[in-house]
Ligand binder design. Structure first.
Ligand SMILES: *Cc1c(COP(=O)(O)O)cnc(C)c1O
Length: 387
């Protein structure tokens, strides 16, 4: 059976060059990067090379502004809790948006239970945050703004440079979850002006279980883990050298290939979207039509449950999802779509198509062949649907 993977915002296949780059660090170059001997020094050298690759991809001034973590979730936790703790004496107010990934959203909820106050800024129908409401929400107590760069469910890209400018004018740190942006669109920490930025290896063809937090030099942040002196006392624990080598390689490849790949993938995504809009009635695009990741397309199919579409596509070898992989299994409609004013019923029928490196025109044409009859069949069975 043909298999088509259209769920790259959940995770990506690791690039073969990344796997090849990692392999020697399991067997031959296995040293502890903190050891003084040659085994250790070789591992250290590889870790520092990877750090430079990431710094270069992000346009960071210094490689030591990159701290390796276990992934996007840890980077988000680290940034938000780390600043909250470091600046507790300055204030207790945090600002975020209503469309964040759970790694940010639930970390903010956790802090709310622990004496901090959090403002959730609303978004418009495209998922773009309300800049006026944001401006008004900043107080003398505000210590951190955490707003994502690109949304994992809809692909909507926030006006981050403007958001940062407003935060900086008030002397407030700005953290962004850029997990979905890195490797898909240009992410430059100097142009964006951000103080902290989260990324994750497995979202851009690197390995799972490794990520990084960019921390602008001079930013006050409490350590994530206590122990040895790793990562300049910010994140104790023996470095996962093979995974770090892998994310470094993925960063190098992203830097080299991004512009070309993004254009290719955008064409495929547009082919998919136009194909669906042409062949299936009563669909709606969720997310900004233009200010959007080139690989993402979130579509609601009226009268249907997203879960049943997923299962039917899965039987034909096609992998898609309803929004976020982390919230699947819960029957609640997506908080992202609800925040955008989508009705719960329409939100339930939404599917996220997210494309990537491995996709071809044949993949899209296969999907466009099998999807319309599936939707038609499911609608005939739907109690909500009247022809
Ligand atoms: C996937 C994702 C995360 C979590 O990253 P992990 O490395 O899987 O922990 C955080 N934020 C966004 C926007 C994501 O898409």
């Amino acid at each position: 059976m043909k298999r088509v993977y259209l769920d790259h915002n959940a995770t990506t296949p690791t690039h073969p060059d990344v796997v090849r780059a990692m392999q020697p660090y399991y067997e031959e170059i296995f040293g502890n990067a903190s050891s003084v001997h040659r085994f250790g020094r070789e591992a250290r050298k590889a870790v520092e090379e990877a750090r430079k690759n990431l710094a270069s991809l992000l346009g960071a001034k210094r490689a030591d502004e990159i701290i390796f973590t276990s992934g996007g979730t840890e980077s988000d936790n680290f940034a938000i809790k780390g600043v909250a703790r470091a600046l507790r004496d300055k204030g207790n107010h945090i600002i975020t948006s209503s469309v964040e990934h759970l790694a940010v959203h639930n970390t903010c909820k956790f802090l709310e239970k622990n004496g901090y106050s959090v403002t959730y800024i609303p978004v418009d129908k495209y998922g773009i945050i309300d800049l006026e409401a944001f401006k008004k929400s900043i107080t003398d107590e505000t210590i951190l703004v955490t707003i994502m760069y690109a949304n994992n469910e809809t692909g909507t890209v926030e006006p981050l440079a403007e958001i940062t400018k407003i935060a900086k004018e008030r002397g407030v740190y700005l953290h962004t979850d850029a997990v979905q942006a890195v490797g898909k669109i240009d992410v430059n920490v100097e142009e964006l002006g951000v103080d902290l930025l989260s990324l994750s290896g497995h979202k851009f063809c690197g390995p799972k279980g490794v990520g990084a937090l960019y921390v602008r030099r001079g930013t006050k942040i409490a350590p994530m883990q206590i122990g040895g002196h790793h990562e300049r006392n910010r994140r104790a624990g023996t470095e996962n050298v093979p995974a770090i080598v892998g994310i470094g390689k993925a960063a190098e490849l992203a830097g080299k290939n991004m512009a070309r790949e993004a254009a290719r993938i955008r064409d495929l995504r547009d082919r998919l979207q136009e194909g669906i809009e042409k062949s299936i009635k009563e669909v709606r695009l969720n997310g900004h039509p233009a200010r959007r990741l080139p690989n993402t397309c979130n579509i609601s199919f009226e009268y249907l449950e997203g879960e049943s579409i997923i299962l039917n596509l899965d039987m034909e070898g096609v992998a898609v999802s309803t929004g976020s992989a982390c919230t699947s299994g819960s029957l609640e409609p997506s908080h992202v779509l609800i925040s955008m004013g989508v009705s719960p019923q329409t939100a339930q029928g939404s599917i996220r198509f997210s494309l990537g490196r491995v996709n071809t025109k044949e993949d899209i044409d296969y999907l466009l062949k099998i999807l319309p009859p599936i939707i038609e069949r499911l609608r005939k069975m739907s109690p909500l649907y009247k022809e």
